[in-house]
Design a protein around this ligand. Structure first.
Ligand code: CAA
Length: 264
């Protein structure tokens, strides 16, 4: 997949493929990557491009060293009415990110606030730099999180900490985020993007159909009762025995060699 195939590549959102890994970079430094309509529209387009491309097996969403994203764009919302906000598709774009069937890895450094924190949480894994700061400070500007913060943050860190972050605007450092299970790892700021890409390449080397099903099953665990979730998992497990990658994976194990997965 080359850059010319990526219609979603704009000045404020850089989109490229590095072999099997799609990389989407927020590039609005003057506004600390505040997520306005055009940047989120381009984000959804980029994800759709990558979802359609069989060669892409995992996706990194990154900001800069200074800011992953400082939230939804306050300047775009300030004067809006209830009617305007409720017919506006903007917040549903975060839902769309969360529905991406391919694995998403957020590479977070600096501010991940409001919609920025919500964007990171809509991803499947988060690699954070030592300077990362997570928060849902919407209460301080007269609103509440609107792109999943009250739901996803509570599911990840639990009610107690979520309440403090959402009611009092308390921020969480990278180390705090690691201690509370919000991020997968904390790495030096110089290497956060490389580490996120490395993780994305590790996942991209796995059989893609099994990866997709594994992601679906883990996400279902958050909103299914145990018996229903176990039955769902079992069906997906059985269905993988219809794939060439299952045959190859198990044969390679028996023959003591590395498997060559083809995504079928
Ligand atoms: N929207 C629009 N512009 C933003 C922004 C945002 N969320 N965050 C930062 N910016 C802009 C600033 O307005 C400023 O632009 P100007 O130079 O044109 O004034 C520029 O980015 C740099 O910001 P600061 O000068 O404020 O930088 P700082 O280093 O002093 O502070 C900060 C950094 C603590 C992140 C501060 O910018 C801040 O508090 N930003 C807002 C954070 C926030 O409230 N986010 C939630 C937004 S609402 C939301 O996300 C709802 C939802 O659930 C989807």
């Amino acid at each position: 997949m080359d850059r010319s195939q990526l219609a979603s590549n704009t000045k404020e959102l850089l989109v490229e493929a590095e072999g099997p890994v799609g990389v989407i970079t927020l590039n609005r430094p003057a506004a600390l990557n505040a997520l306005n309509h055009s940047i989120m529209e381009a984000m959804v387009e980029a994800l759709e491009d990558f979802e359609r491309a069989p060669s892409i097996r995992s996706i990194v969403i990154a900001g800069s060293a200074k800011a992953f994203a400082a939230g939804a764009d306050i300047k775009e919302m300030e004067k809006a009415t209830v009617a305007e906000m409720s017919r506006d598709p903007h917040l549903s774009r975060w839902d769309r990110v969360g529905k991406c069937p391919k694995p998403l890895i957020a590479a977070v450094s600096g501010f991940a606030l409001g919609g920025g924190c919500e964007l990171a949480m809509a991803c499947d894994l988060i690699v954070a730099s030592e300077t990362a700061v997570f928060g849902q400070p919407e209460i301080m500007i007269g609103v509440i999180p609107g792109a999943g913060g009250t739901q996803r943050l509570t599911r990840i860190v639990g009610k107690t900490l979520a309440m403090e972050m959402i009611l009092a605007g308390r921020r969480l450092s990278a180390r705090g985020a690691l201690a509370h299970g919000l991020v997968n790892r904390v790495v030096p700021v110089e290497s956060f993007l490389d580490e996120a890409k490395k993780l994305a390449h590790e996942i991209a080397a796995q059989p893609p159909i099994a990866v997709r099903m594994a992601k679906e099953a883990v996400l279902k665990a958050l909103d299914m009762d145990l018996d229903t979730g176990l039955a769902f998992e079992r069906k997906l497990f059985y269905s993988l025995f219809d794939t060439e990658d299952q045959k190859e994976g198990m044969r390679a194990f028996m023959e003591k060699r590395a498997a060559r997965f083809i995504g079928k």
